[in-house]
Design a binder for this molecule. Structure first.
Ligand code: PMP
Length: 306
């Protein structure tokens, strides 16, 4: 995955990949007190560009705020460091992983005496769930693990520690032969995937759970809503979706930085629609990738050029 990656940005310096390390007594390692982002840079017709970079950076700083993590760099400094890193690595397209966490310090729960450490890595990363998944769709299973409620661990913050829930759901699903999981929230309604938001198509209209369902406010999710509305679809943002409604949906798909727009062809071995990518999913996915290829003027503010 990281072959050919030479440099990582760490605490203000560009360091060799092998030297981008941290202490075993790092607070974030023990207690999950870190925040991070997942972002993609695309090779557009106008050159390499980071997709919705400002929104991702804002979410990073918002996530940090929840945990009193004072990132010791301005947003503009992290932005410039990232652009420079992509230039140094000579990447036309890549995945970008900024992270800020409480570092080596006293190991009490209160992290305030630990320094905040910050790093950014970039690497080439293809389709997260596989190229075939984008075309054929994925087989998913409802996880027996519920998503933690936002009253337990804030789900609007992208916190490293919170991802143990996603790891459990993914391990269970993949261990049982599925590609990915869907997690229900505490109330038993559909929340999201372990690293994806979810959309349902019924009678030509699009539904997606709202933020009150304990989900991450996905940036791809918001982009899909905008693209779908611009294509003339009615989008019900804030829908409450039951497990049964998944089984009888006309179409289902995931959205996410890593997963992009991935059709779901079965849930718990129940075929969804015709058991392949549905027409609405196809139209939205096609538009999504066209926009990423062409970076049209209409969506100019979605792109930050390297
Ligand atoms: N939900 C979870 C739990 C995630 O980790 C992600 C990936 N960041 C998403 C949804 C999708 O969010 P985005 O579109 O901003 O990548």
């Amino acid at each position: 995955m990281f072959e050919g990656v030479d440099t990582v940005w760490q605490d203000g310096e560009f360091v060799d990949f092998e030297d981008a390390t941290t202490h075993v007594l790092t607070h974030g390692l023990h207690y999950g007190t870190g925040v991070f982002e997942g972002v993609r840079c695309y090779d557009t017709a106008n050159g390499p560009a980071i997709f919705r970079w400002e929104e991702h950076l804002q979410r990073l700083y918002d996530s940090a705020k929840v945990y009193d993590i004072e990132i010791p760099f301005e947003q503009a400094e992290l932005s410039e460091a990232t652009l420079e890193l992509i230039r140094r690595e000579e990447l036309q397209s890549c995945y970008i992983r900024p992270i800020a966490y409480y570092g080596y310090g006293p190991l009490g729960l209160n992290p305030s005496k630990s320094p905040v450490e910050t790093a950014i890595a970039v690497w080439p990363w293809g389709a997260y769930l596989g190229e075939e998944a984008l075309e054929e769709g994925v087989d998913v299973a409802i996880s027996s693990w519920r998503k933690h409620a936002s009253s337990q661990i804030p789900t609007n913050a992208k916190t490293t520690g919170a991802y143990v829930n996603s790891v459990l759901a993914n391990l269970e699903a993949t261990g049982n032969g599925y590609t990915e999981a869907i997690v229900l929230n505490k109330e038993g309604n559909v929340a999201e995937g372990p690293g994806e938001n979810i959309f349902l198509v019924r009678d030509g209209e699009i539904h997606t759970p709202g933020l009150a369902e304990s989900i991450l406010d996905g940036i791809t999710r918001q982009s899909v809503i905008d693209l779908a509305e611009d294509l003339g679809y009615t989008v019900h943002e804030g829908a409450t979706i039951s497990r049964g409604e998944l089984y009888t949906a006309d179409e289902l798909f995931f959205s996410g930085t890593a997963a992009e727009v991935t059709p779901i062809r079965s849930v718990d071995d129940n075929e969804i629609g015709a058991g392949t990518k549905g027409p609405v999913t196809d139209e939205i996915q096609t538009r999504f990738f066209d926009v990423l290829d062409e970076a049209p003027e209409q969506y100019d503010d979605w792109f930050t050029y390297v």
